[in-house]
Write a protein of this length. Structure first.
Ligand code: HEM
Ligand code: FES
Lengths: 371, 157
């Protein structure tokens, strides 16, 4: 659409069109992009959930920064004040805390579904890499946020968590001091983790999400592969495979249909989030005491698998195992392609996902029920 | 001038150009090194160079053979023990991932709650994922007094 034609439009659209000359029609077209029918199922539409939760974390997080003080002398007291004195402070903090847990669950579920359905395969390998970046950033968010509270568990979790860096060959000890701003976890650690939590990580996650979405739009979401269609059809779950293989009926527009699906999931998440916060308001343990490790020490549940793993194996072996696991996870699309080329196996992802998921769940339960 | 006019595109870099860009690259690199080393000092606080200091812990008469004392020396928790006249100073920082492996008189062991690391009375690993024995600080006896060399961790605690 040229400038001339924009000028003919009356009213605010015309006014805006002259001053911000973009072609609205193009964007309307973009918004209606056809989405494969299977995206109607919540299992496939989980990508929007972490995004919603990130917005909620952003809003509640900014509210928390108004009262939180990132100094060891004041941090614990300021969190106490937020929880116990400020009107609805407990609620804001609770939403932020439960939001972080749900965000991790959402990211893991989303990852599991893209993994088990092979959505990382050519040409989407790069978007898997972006996705692993998003998982790492989300977990770093949780770790640095936990460190800010400065109660006993928070302090010792930060000590143990940062200490793992020291074992990285060659650069480890330097990295450890870089993160801690000294030899031990001190005031200088908190003033390093805080700007990470509220500045660098939000920026990083926003950039990665943007890249993630751009790549999705360029490449489209994966169509179910033929076998998956058959399986769903056998279960009587799919209306998409018509005998004549018609394509139109197997897609629906992004707006408004898919947006509607996301809204319904979003509503459910909000209901869960608010109820969790009200039923289980955030708590606070005793204040950090660098001279005394508490007897019962555990990280948050999502770190249980790593925690248990580290108890089971000698330090270096345990950490090397973790390192190999992370590398394999990040570069999985290429490993998978290699396995397929070499052995013609296209199900290894499903088998592996099953083993890892059951293993992680078992470790979480094991830790949960052991003292 | 004539020479310049005649040259073909792939001869375009003259000696003069080369020297100028070389000089520029060298100075940029020098600035980078200087700025980097200053930046490094900023990123690394003075804490990176913790001095070792010798502190007076106690006197031998207050630590007779067969006894133990848990003390705080220069910000380090230390278990001083006199075994048949030999005095040793063992640090309670767990060698696994840095929690406190507290001395437990009842069990006669150092116990770290973080990943259930256990050390014996000499600081040797009994069980758990720790890679090595607890650290030991150098002890010196001077005219009946016990001195221990510890890293001075001021403000720790
Ligand atoms: C723009 C985004 C964010 C901002 C500005 C922000 C800000 C804050 C602040 C000021 C605190 C300290 C107050 C407190 O302890 O309750 C905090 C704590 C925390 N944050 Fe965030 N945050 C953001 C995003 C996130 C995300 C995405 C996650 C996790 C996925 C997260 C996880 C946590 C956790 C686990 C805590 C400790 C909660 C507690 O026990 O109170 N944050 N955050
Ligand atoms: S930190 Fe002591 S056992 Fe892990």
């Amino acid at each position: 659409m040229s400038m001339e034609s924009t000028q003919q439009v009356k009213g605010w659209r015309g006014w805006l069109g002259q001053r911000f000359p973009i072609d609205v029609k193009v964007y309307e077209e973009l918004a209606k992009e056809p989405v494969p029918k299977h995206m109607e199922r919540w299992w496939f539409a989980l990508g929007g959930t972490p995004l919603l939760l990130f917005v909620i974390q952003g809003v509640t997080g900014i509210l928390l920064t108004w009262y939180y003080v990132p100094r060891p002398e004041f941090a614990y007291e300021s969190v106490t004040r937020i929880s116990n004195e400020l009107p609805f402070g407990w609620w804001v903090r609770g939403i932020h805390q439960w939001g972080s847990q749900l965000m991790i669950i959402a990211v893991i579920l989303h990852m599991l579904r893209t993994f088990t359905t092979g959505a990382y395969r050519k040409p989407r390998e790069l978007n898997w890499l972006v996705g692993t970046g998003l998982l790492v950033v989300t977990l770093t968010f949780a770790f640095t946020g936990y460190a800010l509270v400065n109660d006993q568990l928070s302090y010792w979790a930060t000590t143990v968590g940062t200490n793992m860096f020291a074992e990285i060959p060659v650069v480890g000890p330097i990295m450890l001091q870089m993160i801690r701003g000294g030899v031990a976890v001190t005031a200088d650690t908190m003033t390093r983790l805080y700007p990470l939590h509220i500045g660098a990580l939000p920026t990083a996650i926003a950039a990665l999400i943007a890249l993630h979405v751009v790549l999705i739009r360029f490449l489209g979401v994966t169509d179910l592969d033929a076998r998956e269609r058959e399986r769903l059809a056998r279960l009587g779950k799919s209306a998409t495979v018509k005998g004549n293989g018609k394509v139109e009926s197997s897609h629906f527009p992004f707006f408004p249909d898919h947006v509607m699906t996301e809204l319904v999931i979003g509503m459910a998440v909000l209901i869960i989030l608010v109820n969790l916060t009200i039923l289980f308001p955030p708590t606070l343990g005793p204040k950090a005491d660098p001279a005394n490790t508490p007897l019962h020490i555990k990280p948050e549940w999502y770190f249980y698998p790593v925690f248990r793993w580290l108890k089971l194996f000698p330090l270096q072996i345990g950490l090397a195992g973790l390192g190999v696991g992370v590398l394999g996870f990040v570069f999985w699309p290429f490993i998978d392609a290699f396995v397929e080329r070499r052995f013609g196996n296209r199900d290894i992802n499903v088998i592996l996902a099953f083993i890892v998921a059951v293993g992680a769940l078992a470790f979480i339960l094991w830790e949960l029920f052991s003292v | 001038m004539d020479e310049e006019k005649n040259k073909t595109p792939d001869q375009a870099v003259t000696r003069r150009d080369f020297l100028v860009s070389g000089a520029m690259a060298t100075s940029l690199a020098a600035v980078g090194v200087v700025a980097g080393s200053f930046g490094w000092q900023f990123v690394y606080p003075a804490a990176a160079k913790i001095p070792t200091v010798q502190v007076l812990a106690t006197s031998l008469s207050k630590l007779p053979p067969g006894t133990r004392k848990v003390m705080k020396l220069g910000g380090n928790e230390v278990v001083l023990m006199n075994t048949n006249g030999t005095v040793r100073a063992i640090s309670t920082v767990c060698t696994h991932l840095g929690c406190r492996a507290a001395w437990e008189e009842g069990r006669q062991q150092f116990v770290c709650p973080c990943h259930t690391g256990i050390f014996d009375v000499n600081g040797k690993v009994v069980s758990g994922p720790q890679p090595r024995a607890l650290d030991e600080f150098a002890v010196e006896i001077k005219s009946g007094n016990v001195y221990v060399a510890v890293p001075q961790k001021e403000g720790a605690g």
